[in-house]
Design a protein around this ligand. Structure first.
Ligand SMILES: [Zn+2]
Length: 192
């Protein structure tokens, strides 16, 4: 087993592939143990640390990242109607993607509370974090029902300046306009 693992270090391994036994090695990230045998949990590169005898597998991603049900995504609002907003998804998880996917946020998925109009939720060019709740027909349906979901950066519809979040409303420090948004709890904290 030990010689096999030494050969495998740096090599691509598949989920379920045997890496060694717990008498010889310490299972670490990306592995699991069954009946004393260490297996790879993911598709990735097996790494053996010779000094600590730790064996781990670092996942490799296959192809471009695509949003899935449950993915947290970030995108820019492209258009808003009374009951829907269209979002151009440009980040999936922590990865910025080349190009974008189209997402749609329906008013019933904005908040646990009743929302009167989508125009109180977001405006075109706002940056928003949302969760994918359905991907039927490659249309990504989004939800912002958690407190960590919602608008991250909002721009004044009068002058385009970045709005500040103040209690229940949004305030433009340049022209004084007051607007409404459904913000994430960390509104304005991340980089653009
Ligand atoms: Zn303004």
């Amino acid at each position: 087993m030990s010689s096999r693992l030494s050969e495998k270090t740096g090599q691509l391994v598949v989920p379920g592939e045997q890496l060694g036994v717990i008498e010889e090695f310490v299972p670490d990230l990306g592995t699991y143990v069954k009946d004393g045998v260490i297996y790879s949990k993911v598709l990735g590169r097996a790494l053996l640390d010779l000094s600590t005898r730790r064996v781990s597998v670092f996942p490799v991603s296959r192809g471009p990242k695509v949003p899935r049900v449950g993915s947290i995504v970030v995108g820019q609002v492209s258009s808003v109607q009374n009951e829907n907003a269209n979002v151009r998804i440009f980040r999936v998880g922590k990865e910025n993607i080349s190009g974008f996917f189209s997402g749609i946020l329906h008013i019933s998925d904005v908040s646990m509370r009743y929302v009167d109009s989508m125009f109180d939720v977001c405006k075109p060019s706002d940056i928003m974090r949302a969760k994918v709740i359905s991907d039927k027909n490659r249309v990504f349906h989004l939800s912002t029902q958690d407190k960590d979901l919602g608008v991250l950066h909002a721009f004044c519809t009068n002058c385009g300046f970045l709005l500040e979040s103040r209690r229940m409303s949004m305030h433009c420090p340049r022209c004084g306009r007051i607007e409404k948004r459904k913000t994430a709890f960390d509104y304005g904290k991340g980089e653009l």
